[in-house]
Structures are given as C-alpha cells and as structure tokens.
Design a protein around this ligand. Sequence first.
Ligand code: G4P
Length: 530
Amino acid sequence: MYDQEIKKRRTFAIISHPDAGKTTLTEKFLLYGGAINLAGSVKGKATARHAVSDWMEIEKERGISVTSSVLQFHYDDFCINILDTPGHQDFSEDTYRTLMAADSAVMVIDASKGVEAQTRKLFKVCGMRHIPVFTFINKLDRDANDTFELLDEIEKELGIATCPINWPIGSGKRFKGVYDRQKREVITYSDTEKGTKEGHSEQIPFDDDEALLAHIGEEAMTTLKDEIELLDGASAGFDLDAVQKGELSPVFFGSALTNFGVEIFLHYFLQMTMEPFGRMSDQGLIDPLQNDFSAFVFKIQANMNKAHRDRIAFMRICSGKFTSGMEVRHMQQDKVIRLSQPQQMMASERHIVEEAYAGDIIGVFDPGIFSIGDTICMPADHFAYEGIPTFAPEHFARVRQMDTMKRKQFVKGITQIAQEGAIQIFQEFNTGMEEIIVGVVGVLQFEVLKYRLENEYNVDIKLENLPFEHIRWIENKDSVDVEKIVGTSDMKRIKDMKGNPLLLFVNSWSVGMVLERNEGLQLSEFGRNT
Ligand code: G4P
C-alpha cells in the first residue's frame, strides 16, 4: 500500500510581503533537502530566472516570476512540497488560488517591518480556510522591532493568537541567538557563509548562567531572563489542536540570509504540521488514505512554451495515488479521459512524473477542457470538490477595442483569458457586452491581458483605468433588488459574466456605509464560482 507515501507528504505555501525573505528562506529549505548544492542557484533573482524561465515574454522583460511552481524535496523522511507563490508586488489571483492547494502556510515577516500589506491579504485567505499558519520572523541579523510588539501586531492586525516556540536574543549587531522554550536551552548565533549549511552553534541550558555569561554576555542574559519570565507569565501555552485549526500561530525567529534558525524551524514545523487532510466534496469528506485517486484544478497556465502554445492545468492530488497514463473521470464534463504528459515542476524546470500521491501537485497538458475548480476522480467515482472562490480584484479598467471589425476575436480572447482565471471580466449592470470592465488582483495582469490579446488573438486594446479599489459580491442576491440599493456617490453596480450582481467602491468606508443604509444586505469579498 501507499499509505506511508501519503503520510510523509507536507504541502505548504510561503506567504510574505515582497522582500521579507521568502525566496531566501525557500533556498535554505531546499539546501537542507539536498535538492540543490548551493543556495542561490534556485532563482537568484534576475539572471538565473531569465535562464530557466521562458514562459512569458513579460516575465523575461521584467525579470520577475508571473507564474508559480512547486518545489519538492525530501528531508528527514518527509516529502515536502513548497507551493511557490508570485512574490512580486504585482501578484495575481493565482497567488490566492495557490493557497487553496496548500495544507498549511509559512508566513515570513521582516523583523524590522512587522505585518505588511501583502501579508495581510494573503493571511485573510488562510483565515478563510482555517489552515495552520506558522510564522517565521526573519532578518534578526539586522536591527529588529521589539519582540513583544511584533507579536502584539500579529495578534491585533491578523486576529490570530501567537505562541513563540523560540525567542530572539537581541538583534542586529547584538544578535546572540534564540532561546528554545521547549528544550529550555539557548542556541547561539552563528553567522555562516552564504550557501553552506547551518554553522556551528552552541546549545546551552537556560539555567547554566556561567556558560550563558560566557557566550552571550551579561546584558543579553539579563534581558533574556527578564523577557522569558514575562513571556511565560503572560502567554497562553502551546496547543497543537489550536495550531492545526488555524487559531494559534507558532512563531520562530531567525535569519534566512545567514542561515540561522532555519533548520530549527524546519524541525518543529514538520512535527506540528499535518499530513494531507480530507477535503469536502458534494458527497461528503474525501479521505486521502481511504479514497482512490482524486484531484482538483487550482491553476491554469497558458502558453508556458511559446512554440507549442500549450496550456497546463495544475492539480492538487487530494486522495490516493496517481499513475501516469491512468484513466480518470473529469467530473465537470462527465467524461472519462486519460491525463497526458503529467508533469511536476522543479525550480521552473518540468519533468515527467510516473506516479504521485495525495499532497502532490501535478501539471497536465490541457487541450482546453479544464477550468479552475474542476474535479478529477476515478472513472467509477462521481463527486465534485467544493469550488475555488473568486477573489476580490483591486484594480479595474474599462477595455476599449481599437479595431471594431475584430469584435469576435476580442470577445473570444478576453473570455478565454478570463476562463483561465488570469483576469475577471464584468459588464455594466444594465447593458450587454459592449462595455467590458476588467478586474485584476495585481496590475501586471493588465499588461498580460494586453500582451496576450495582441499576440494570440491579434487584437489591440486600450485600457482606461477606473478609480475603484473594492468589490463586493451580493451574498443574498435573490432577496435583494439591486436597483434599489441605496448607494454612495462612489458606488457602481456591475454584473459578472454569469449575471451575478456586484458593487464597486472607490473608498473602503463606503462599503460600511452601504451596509448601514441597506438593512439585511449581505456583501462578501469572495465570490462563489456559480
Ligand atoms: P522575497 O522573496 O520575500 O521578495 O525576499 P528575498 O528572499 O528575495 O529577500 C529580499 C532581500 O532581503 C534580499 O536582499 C535578501 O538577500 C535579503 N534577506 C533575506 N533574508 C535576510 C536575512 O535574514 N537578513 C538580511 N540581512 N537580509 C535578508 P537584496 O539585496 O534585495 O537582494 P539580493 O541582491 O541579496 O538577492
């Protein structure tokens, strides 16, 4: 049986604001897994990325990753899948969707910056799914904010309780290491050369004052003892159950760049995180171990190879074992198909996989049949996983087509691109397809849209930015007369391609105002894919 294979899988995503150190931390993880020889060779920003990734011209031109991939490595008998999310400022809806395929998340926070905008947005999606979130507070080798304040900020801003698993001793030039609260010992800081494994650290019992004095000095020792006394008195104890429900975030401190605290993190993380868990379908919970192969599509990537104009559908395997060439049922089209060219992504390089298990991600060639949220299962099975919600775009533009003769190509192109999930398209509430409004999560997607319409559909467009930043789905649309909603001056009514009504706002306070003015109105930041 393959139960053991599934039980050793750990599938997580790393979330952070750009520059907090997500890439550096990922590189160090891979280093421990032996997946690479030298940290920095995974995607040492601009140059290396250019070499391995020819997925899109924009990606090359801008030297950033528009797409996301999966990195798999083995460590300590675990098989770890890191779902890589676009880390640039201009992240897209794919970043959110990737979180739907993860079983847990690692949140990287810059110790001198605290909780930043993008972390907040990504955390919201984790919160919606109640997945465990582990916090790695990074860059302790630089001057950091007060530790208690950092924890307070996480609790207040994100609304999750925290439990420090270790505690930093100083920061910047006076960074001396971390205190491990479970083992009650101090692990001294060792600044290592870039690219090597963790350097030599001393492990000193917390009560061995003499040794502590010798290694970290009197000032650091006194501060540490005071802080730990305060911490032990004030904070709630560790509760694994609360961690696994996403109610308590274990917090770790370190420096990804100098490779300190990374292995300590990995060790505890692997103990606390879970093997792939059951997912809800319309036929009830599907168990990863008890059920045969099943998966759902969480991302569709078009034109990864320009020469072939292919599309890849990324699937998260939720149960059982996948074998290359097996016949499966595509639930949404109710067809039995053979998945061709299953692939796994490794640092942006593809290779064919023969078998994969619950917890793994595979990319399969998509002749245009898959949509985001589709379920794949065994031919004898008939169930569909809960769909993936639509995430609120934050940038909107009106699209104007330059050559009106090409109306058909334009509509076809923009509809297909929207189906892949790169953009969302809307219409004026009262008119038809003449006017199209595009909504995106990251502004880069506007460029992607323009580029793809020109290159793939031979259609030139002009985008006229709109001032809206907030969109809300009407949850109780069947009991609300949209025309009669008492709005604010900055509110606009639109509808999606399925006719669902939505509201656009320029200011966030208007959302509250409209709720206040219309009793019973229910608004949501996540749209259902129906
Ligand atoms: P991201 O993926 O979250 O965007 O962040 P990334 O790892 O690329 O790190 C952003 C910058 O922060 C990089 O510097 C990186 O070297 C630095 N960094 C990451 N972790 C640490 C840390 O623990 N301590 C310190 N001091 N710096 C850290 P850069 O100069 O912008 O890029 P590069 O030229 O070094 O690649």
